[in-house]
Design a protein around this ligand. Sequence first.
Ligand code: FAD
Ligand code: FES
Length: 299
Amino acid sequence: MPVKPNIDFRLNKPFLTSIIEIKQENKNVKTFIVDYNPIDEPIEMKPGQFVMVWIPGIDEIPMSISHIGWENRMAITVAAVGDATEALHKLEVGDQIGIRGPYGNWYEPKDGTAIIVGGGIGMASVLPLIDQLVKEQKNPTQFELDQVICIEGAKTESDLLFMNEIADIYADETAMEFCTDDGSCGFKGFTTEKLDMLLQQEIEAQKARNETSPITVYSCGPEIMLKKVFEICEKYNVEVQASLERMMRCGFGMCGLCALEPTGLLVCFDGPIFTNEVLRKTTDFGKFHRDFSGKPFKI
Ligand SMILES: Cc1cc2nc3c(=O)[nH]c(=O)nc-3n(C[C@H](O)[C@H](O)[C@H](O)COP(=O)(O)OP(=O)(O)OC[C@H]3O[C@@H](n4cnc5c(N)ncnc54)[C@H](O)[C@@H]3O)c2cc1C
Ligand code: FES
């Protein structure tokens, strides 16, 4: 199970900060870079964690931290899907937003082979992990990585995110597998089909070499994709660390809106990253979410 978060309660109120830079990632996605120094000391953020973003006068919404490692600076990458995200997209450099966090647990890197599966805007959560793992592979300090493979999926080539950052992170592009629904870039098909093929190949190759080395799958994306990723990992007896989304109000375990059925585990506090053991027990996984009144709706 990924590590339990340790919330710094000094970070539980929105810190108003100006947008420093905005990058248009594709027609529907923008990255916003802000300074974040609410307590005037470095704030530790880990790949997979999220912040609550307040758009004054509109709403406060959860967003993964998409870029980590700049002093006092962080980024979120936002798909415009509704009121708050569309309002965020209309903001300009110099406009202010509120940030609180980071919240939640984080991906826990393991030895062996790492396979990262990112679907659509889910790439925002796994991008800092790819960076961390590739750096660790080049210069091991904490764990022994045999290989780091990333499978990114989107509808078409123009929807694929972070192509430049990924090219910078990976000197060797063979470790990157792009999948598009229409075949406009890379493999024509879903990330999950690619994952199934890669796992089968890797496990057969290990058998042929008469060795077993651990494989861990890290994933974020639409829940239908995550459910399939989980089922494939169960089939091959491989650990998965999947980042789930639920409606969130508080972001740190107070309101109960993001509880999973039937365990009551909170996506904001016990997650957002869960492994096989919890996913096996979660009856709403891949089936339904709750709206802001707590009423379930099918996904
Ligand atoms: C931990 C976490 C990390 C996230 N990271 C990102 C990210 O990096 N980039 C990004 O673009 N989005 C991310 N999201 C989803 C984002 O929070 C929602 O898209 C956003 O809250 C929608 O707000 P809205 O007012 O624009 O849309 P609304 O008008 O509220 O809703 C539009 C659609 O989004 C769905 N939605 C609304 N709120 C949520 C929510 N909290 N979780 C899931 N679906 C929701 C609604 O069901 C509806 O289908 C994340 C969500 C969570 C829980
Ligand atoms: S969002 Fe309030 S408990 Fe998770």
